[in-house]
Design a protein around this ligand. Structure first.
Ligand code: AHG
Ligand code: MN
Ligand code: MN
Length: 342
């Protein structure tokens, strides 16, 4: 059956169709995305059961079947590692939950082209309150020679070398959004067939937005430039409609970024007087979101340049981030650049 005549297009069908546009593409990236999607479907199932932990047994305790309950972020981490180790395309992984990267130690993986970095469960403090959480992933082509284990330099590439990146949001519905440099597409999990299906083709972040998203409780710790920008957000002067902007903050980057991507606005996690690099992690959170946002026509900056151009020196390094609609992020940068901590 011709997929063009059918309404539902699965993630797999979509990525294969995209690959065909490039005569030399081998389909390995599509296959890797399918593996990541599989891991996320397994995580999704466990996330949906999170509300039952009190009945089935607390995390760390033993449930009625006598099985050990695992914390969701550990479960998510182990699921991704396990699925990717079985994948034909992945040479190794780095995870927010592991101190060091893992080079898969088998001959198949020695000949795999890609490495994957991930934040297995983002927004984990929201699990107990049933708010949206997510998984964030990045895919680099390895730079180390094939035929041997992958090495640290494969994982320390700047974001501008990303082949693809994406996130899964476990929300009122479960969605996978992924980007290559050419564009961003969103897929919603259709649970009756267990497949992510194309629901948000060619996503673009609105150029203007009226929502700002930040942990405003930290204002006393921010430098003057950030405080000035916050005052701009709260002020009705200087706005087209004479109204202040709206504040929305979930505290789960995936959820805050997903809203920012669809509705426009800005999400920022600045440096402060104590944490000169902010809180969010470059390789697991900021780079993948920056690739997605730029491919959707938005901006992602650390206050003095593109996130994607930062050369990582360590796996778990942090960076401030200002990300979202072109107009509002540019506005924030004009305040921040004027008066930064450094
Ligand atoms: P994680 O759950 O992976 O540790 O990430 C939490 C992050 C991110 O999702 C969110 O944007 C940020 O922490 C919220 O931090 P604050 O509680 O300091 O606002
Ligand atoms: Mn996170
Ligand atoms: Mn996490």
């Amino acid at each position: 059956m011709d997929t063009k005549k059918r309404k539902l297009i699965t993630l797999d069908e979509f990525t294969i169709q995209e690959t065909r546009k490039f005569p030399h593409a081998t389909g390995e990236l599509s296959s890797l995305l399918r593996d990541i999607a599989l891991a996320c479907k397994i995580i999704n199932k466990q996330v949906n059961k999170a509300g039952l932990v009190d009945i089935l047994g607390k995390h760390g305790a033993t449930n009625v079947q006598g099985e050990e309950q695992m914390k969701l972020d550990i479960f998510a981490n182990e699921t991704l590692i396990n699925v990717l180790q079985n994948s034909a395309e992945c040479a190794g992984i780095a995870s927010e939950e592991n101190d060091d990267f893992v080079a898969f130690d088998d001959v198949f993986s020695f000949n795999s082209k890609y490495v994957v970095l991930f934040d297995p469960l983002d927004g984990s403090s929201n699990i107990d309150v049933n708010a949206s959480i997510g998984t964030i992933f990045s895919i680099y082509r390895r730079v180390s020679p094939m035929g041997a284990p992958c090495t640290a330099e494969d994982f320390l590439q700047p974001g501008n070398k990303l082949m693809a990146a994406g996130y899964v949001i476990y929300g009122s519905s479960t969605m996978l959004v992924y980007a290559t440099k050419i564009g961003v597409n969103g897929f919603t999990l259709e649970s009756s067939i267990g497949e992510f299906c194309l629901s948000h083709p060619n996503l673009k972040c609105p150029e203007k937005g009226r929502i700002y998203s930040v942990n405003q409780g930290n204002t006393c710790k921010y430098d003057q430039g950030v405080k000035d920008f916050l005052n701009y957000c709260m002020d009705k002067n200087g706005k087209d409609d004479g109204e202040p902007l709206s504040l929305r903050y979930i505290g789960s980057m995936v959820a805050d970024l997903h809203r920012t991507l669809i509705k426009g606005g800005i999400f920022f996690y600045p440096a402060d007087q104590k944490n000169k690099s902010g809180k969010l992690r470059l390789q697991y959170e900021c780079n993948p979101m920056a690739l997605i946002m730029e491919a959707a026509g938005g901006i992602a900056d650390f206050g003095a340049g593109r996130i994607l151009d930062i050369i990582p020196t360590e796996l778990h390094q942090r960076t401030p981030i200002y990300i979202g609609s072109k107009e509002l992020v540019s506005k924030s940068l004009s305040f921040v650049a004027e008066n930064s901590i450094a």
